[in-house]
Design a protein around this ligand. Structure first.
Ligand code: 6PG
Length: 239
């Protein structure tokens, strides 16, 4: 089932997505709630909002188990690290326990970091394939989600796993142009729900190609969770 919410601008979209997330987690939090989040710049404001006032108060931080859908292979405290961005805006400001934060150690490199993260997933989810309660996704102007880029072999990975994404040989459209670690498509699709947060006119054409035509050129079209909730601003939706 797909739900599409269209808000007036970036701020309203982040507010609506944050409110939905707090409500969604609080309703299901007994026994823990596993959430895997994306990087990129779109959710910066969303993370700030979650750290503040009634949003921070509404989120059941003790129950929340935080994972990432992808990470860039840069030092942990690098400005391009997805973890650092969230740590600065959110994690240092709310009562989430360190043991509930399951980061991808991408500074170890794409292969070793992916192996460590697979072990992290195994420890939390056990031997069976991980089923996240929610994956939070962004989308690039090329339609990529997590670090699953159009035409990259990682997009075809058939395992429920975390895999290296090697781009250092040169692959256009990857910014910053560094290797990554990403959850695979089957694993993302296994999540009980997916939430997209996408804003800006530059993504409009791809948004329409994904939502109206399921255009397979774009990895975002391959996200087929049982429940998928989109948050868009008018620019991304209508151009
Ligand atoms: C990453 C991401 C990636 C991101 C999109 C959108 O680490 O780069 O997780 O999938 O969500 O690239 O990024 P922007 O929000 O910066 O457009």
């Amino acid at each position: 089932m797909r739900e599409v919410n269209i808000l007036s601008d970036h701020e309203e979209t982040c507010l609506a997505a944050a409110a939905w997330l707090c409500y969604h987690v609080a309703k299901r939090a007994t026994g823990g709630f596993s959430l895997a989040i994306s990087g990129g710049s779109t959710p910066d404001r969303f993370f700030e909002i979650l750290s503040q006032g009634s949003f921070a108060a509404a989120m059941p931080w003790k129950a929340l188990q935080l994972f990432w859908v992808d990470e860039r292979c840069v030092p942990m405290d690098h400005a391009d690290a997805n973890f650092t961005s969230v740590a600065q805006r959110l994690l240092t400001k709310v009562p989430i326990a360190v043991r509930n934060i399951h980061r991808i150690p991408a500074e170890a490199g794409p292969y070793e970091g992916a192996a460590h993260y697979r072990e992290t997933l195994r420890k939390y989810f056990g031997a069976s394939a991980p089923v996240f309660d929610l994956v939070m996704l962004g989308m690039g102007t090329d339609g990529h989600v997590a670090s699953l880029f159009p035409g990259h072999p990682a997009l075809e990975a058939a395992t429920d796993s975390a895999v290296p994404v090697i781009v250092s040989g040169g692959m256009s459209g990857v910014h910053p142009p560094v290797d990554r670690i990403t959850l695979t498509l089957p694993l993302l699709n296994r999540a009980k729900a997916a939430m997209f947060l996408v804003t800006g006119r530059e993504k409009h054409e791809v948004v329409r190609a994904v939502l109206d035509d399921n255009d397979a050129v774009y990895p975002a079209s391959w996200i087929r969770n049982e429940r998928t909730v989109w948050f868009l601003d008018e620019r991304a939706s209508e151009g």
